[in-house]
Design a protein around this ligand. Structure first.
Ligand code: NI
Length: 266
C-alpha cells in the first residue's frame, strides 16, 4: 500500500517547521488568490550503500514514481536523480547524493560513524524520507564538515527530510514570469539567493529557478544548541519546448548555485 499523500504532508509539515519563510510565502501567494502547485521537492543524502538514492526513493517508487533523469554536479561532487509520477499533478522528486569516494578520508570517516547509528530497519519504513536525523553529532564535527562540504554538513545536521519545496511559478496566475514573482517577494522583504544572479537558467534552457536564502534555526547538537542555516524555498518557471510540451528536466550547470543558498554568511 502506498502512503504517498501522507508522506508529502509529513514532508511539508516537517519542512515548514525548519523553513518558516515557506508557509509565509505560501500564505502571501494564497492571499493573492493563488493555488500553489509544487513543481518538485528535493531530498539529500550520502552515496553510501545504507542510505543511497535508491534507498531514499523506495517510498516514491512504490507509489508509482519512475526515475526520469540523472545528473552530475562534478564541482559539488554530487550525483542526482529526478522522479516523475504518471499523474502530472504529483510533484517531481529530486534526490541528490554526495559522492563520498571523491571526498576526504576524514569526511568519509565521519559519515560512516553517522550512518552506523541509524536504527536497524529504519530504511524499510515508508517514513524514512522524513525520518529526520537518526544520529547524534556535535557542533565541532558539523563545523569540520562545513569546511569541506556545505552539503555534507547539512545532511549531517538535519538528516533525512525535504531540503526544499519548489513552487511551480508557471502555474501561478498573478505573475507571468519568475522575475515578476521575485519582485513581489523582494517588495515583501524576503531575501533571495543572489549567487550566480537571482535567476538561474534561461527560457531557452526550459527552466528558470530562484530561491530565498535559507532560514536559520536552532539545532540540537550533542554539545548544545546552535543556530545554523536550514532550508530555502524555491521557485521554478518551466518553459515550453519546440514541440509545445513543458520542459520537465533539470539543468546541472545552472542548478549548481542553488546548492549554495544554504550558505548564509551573515
Ligand atoms: Ni530544486
Amino acid at each position: 500500500m502506498s502512503h504517498i499523500e501522507d508522506l508529502f504532508q509529513a514532508l511539508w509539515a516537517d519542512y515548514t517547521r525548519i523553513a518558516p519563510q515557506a508557509p509565509k510565502i505560501a500564505s502571501l501567494l494564497q492571499a493573492r488568490g493563488e493555488t500553489i502547485v509544487n513543481d518538485h521537492i528535493a531530498l539529500r543524502t550520502f552515496a553510501h550503500s545504507e542510505v543511497d538514492i535508491e534507498v531514499l526513493d523506495r517510498a516514491f517508487v512504490t507509489a508509482g514514481y519512475e526515475a526520469s533523469g540523472r545528473y552530475d554536479f562534478a564541482e559539488k561532487k554530487l550525483t542526482a536523480c529526478h522522479y516523475e509520477h504518471p499523474s502530472a499533478d504529483m510533484p517531481k522528486v529530486f534526490i541528490s547524493a554526495l559522492l563520498l569516494d571523491e571526498c576526504s578520508p576524514r569526511l568519509r570517516e565521519i559519515v560512516s560513524q553517522l550512518v552506523a547509528q541509524i536504527p536497524e530497519g529504519a530504511q524499510d519504513d515508508w517514513r524514512f524520507p522524513v525520518l529526520g536525523r537518526p544520529w547524534s553529532i556535535d557542533h565541532k564535527t558539523y563545523l569540520e564538515l562545513l569546511q569541506e562540504s556545505q552539503y555534507a554538513a547539512w545532511v549531517a545536521a538535519f538528516g533525512f527530510r525535504a531540503n526544499h519545496f519548489t513552487v511551480a511559478v508557471h502555474k501561478l496566475k498573478s505573475v507571468d514570469s519568475l522575475g515578476a514573482l521575485n519582485q513581489v517577494l523582494l517588495d515583501e522583504g524576503f531575501i533571495l539567493n543572489d549567487q550566480g544572479g537571482q535567476i538561474k537558467g534561461t527560457p531557452q534552457q526550459g527552466l528558470e529557478q530562484s530561491s530565498t536564502m535559507a532560514d536559520k534555526v536552532p539545532v540540537e547538537f550533542s554539545d548544545g544548541s546552535f543556530s545554523i542555516p536550514s532550508c530555502y524555498y524555491e521557485f521554478a518557471f518551466r518553459h515550453k519546448m519546440e514541440d509545445d510540451s513543458l520542459f520537465n528536466g533539470f539543468i546541472a550547470g545552472s542548478a549548481t548555485h542553488l546548492f549554495d543558498s544554504t550558505n548564509t554568511q551573515s
